[in-house]
Design a protein around this ligand. Structure first.
Ligand code: GLN
Length: 491
């Protein structure tokens, strides 16, 4: 990063690796309780500026730390995430903890159970520090749609961290957690990871249970991890992945040892570069580092091949039809009756519904409910929703054809680097169009990893998106490791 252009105020700090934490705890040099306290102190110091955490779950983290320290003192074998401080996006429920999904409508809601991914992290020894800020119901690309205020990007607090999992990405970038969970429906893990300079994983649809994820668009929603390095992201995915009887769409396929797989050198892998992702609209400051990243993969022994994904141009409209249609159905349950916000100024039942929803939902969520309801309404269904489903199928088939020729596809994650707070809030369409490179994999159900790949001249992180076919996470991780090795040289 060229000095002098670096933001005057930066909160970037690299967390310790999972291996270093575990070794330290196993040999008694580190105490899980001290770690938890250190992280809470850092959160106390930085959160007023960055607005990353919405709530803290100290009792639960400290009780777990005590259990881990007792195990270490006895010399018991430690689970893989023993003492690792993690944060959870507020769309994933945690028993007894506030779970707002970034919305006013869920203010005060304390769910009676844990999301499966959250329970699995804790069962593997992680310390659950608290809940992370995000766009309301995960709808957005900048975190500015949170009812609790935007997250600021730790690289430059005048800029957005990306969204919707902005808190999850910023927490890792600023070392307010070692790993975090986010959700990705159309890019919400990959894009903020790229904006904040961390690693984000989009698992194959069905690879990680959605049980306990507050639904946005059920056929697109995925839960996935963030970490400061690829190997740790791979380890986190290994912990949360796998069949869950509580999610009928979760895959029965065995879970690979992603971390070990990521150790394999990438030589011999065939890497596709789709021309459609390097066309008009791509900021040259993003294009340049990505091209250098591709050259680095070639030097690492990968065969670079052009591929074509011609339906890419239809991906944004297709995504915004499918996602809004499903959202309009999923969000029907927030009516003031069972949980969350209820408007106090209602004389009749129907008044209560409409006032609660009108006062509880923010403008972006209302826009999506309206768009989705319209797309599903009689007379328009065939023209919009059905057509979108057909295009979705074409996009998926196009990816499968490409994956018959290459092992992975690399693209920029976002056409632009992190933008300034407020820069795009007045133009929702411009915000939607910037999702162009991420919504395609969401519609196709395939997996991917977003990994840091150099920076702009001003020092803003750029992210490479590495996509692989269904359940081929290991391939994406191998390439991401190679990209990570090249990243520092690109800066
Ligand atoms: N930015 C996209 C949207 O606003 C994706 C959000 C997501 O992946 N949750 O819908």
């Amino acid at each position: 990063m060229p000095t002098g252009t670096k933001a005057a105020e930066s909160y970037i700090e690299k967390p310790k690796t999972l291996a270093a934490l575990r070794d330290g705890i196993a040999n008694g040099r580190l105490k899980a309780a001290d770690l938890a306290n250190e992280y809470y102190q850092r959160i106390e110091k930085l959160n007023p500026r960055l607005n990353v955490y919405l709530s803290l779950t100290k009792d639960r983290a400290l009780a777990q730390a005590e259990r881990i320290d007792a195990m270490a003192a006895k010399g018991d074998p430690l689970p893989v995430l023993a003492g690792v401080p993690v944060g959870i996006k507020d769309v994933l429920v945690m028993q007894g903890a506030p779970s707002t999904a970034g919305s006013k409508i869920l203010q005060g809601y304390r769910p009676p159970y844990d999301a499966t991914a959250v329970a699995r992290l804790e069962a593997a020894g992680a310390l659950l520090l608290g809940k992370l800020n995000c766009d309301e119901f995960a709808m957005g690309s900048s975190n500015e749609n949170s009812a609790y205020g935007p997250v600021r990007n730790p690289v430059d607090p005048e800029r957005v961290p990306g969204g919707s999992s902005g808190g999850s990405a910023a927490a890792v970038a600023a070392n307010l957690a070692v790993g975090t969970l986010g959700s990705d429906t159309g890019g919400s893990i990959r894009q903020p990871a790229s904006f904040c300079g961390v690693v984000g994983v989009l698992p194959t649809y069905g690879r990680v249970s959605r049980y306990g994820l507050i639904a946005f668009a059920s056929s697109l929603d995925r839960v996935g991890p963030f970490a400061a390095n690829v190997r740790d992201a791979a380890t986190l995915l290994g912990v949360i992945a796998g069949h869950d009887p509580k999610d009928a769409t979760s895959s029965l396929a065995p879970v690979e040892d992603y971390a070990a797989e990521s150790d394999k050198p990438p030589a011999g892998l065939r890497v596709g570069v789709p021309a459609e992702y390097f066309a008009e609209g791509l900021d040259p400051e993003v294009r340049a580092p990505i091209e250098k990243g591709i050259a680095a993969l070639e030097r690492a022994g990968c065969a670079i091949k052009p591929v074509s994904l011609p339906h890419t141009k239809y991906a944004v409209p297709t995504y915004y039809l499918v996602a809004t249609a499903e959202a309009s159905a999923n969000l029907a349950r927030f009516d003031g009756v069972r949980y969350g916000y209820r408007s106090p100024r209602s004389a009749t039942l129907s008044d209560m519904y409409s006032h609660s929803r009108n006062e509880g939902f923010g403008p972006e969520v209302k826009r999506r409910i309206l768009l989705g309801t319209y797309a599903l309404s009689a007379g328009y269904y065939d023209a919009y929703y059905l057509k979108a489903q057909q295009v979705r199928r074409l996009l998926a088939e196009e990816f499968l054809r490409a994956f018959a020729q290459v092992d992975a596809i690399v693209t920029p994650t976002s056409p632009v680097p992190a933008f300034k707070l407020g820069e795009k809030t007045g133009d929702p369409l411009a915000m939607y169009l910037a999702d162009i490179y991420t919504v395609t994999a969401s519609l196709a159900g395939i997996c991917g990893v977003a990994v840091p790949c150099g920076a702009t001249k001003a020092g803003l992180p750029v992210g490479m998106q590495i996509l692989a076919a269904h359940l081929r996470e290991s391939t994406a991780f191998r390439l991401a490791r190679a990209m990570e090795a090249a990243d520092l040289i690109l800066r």
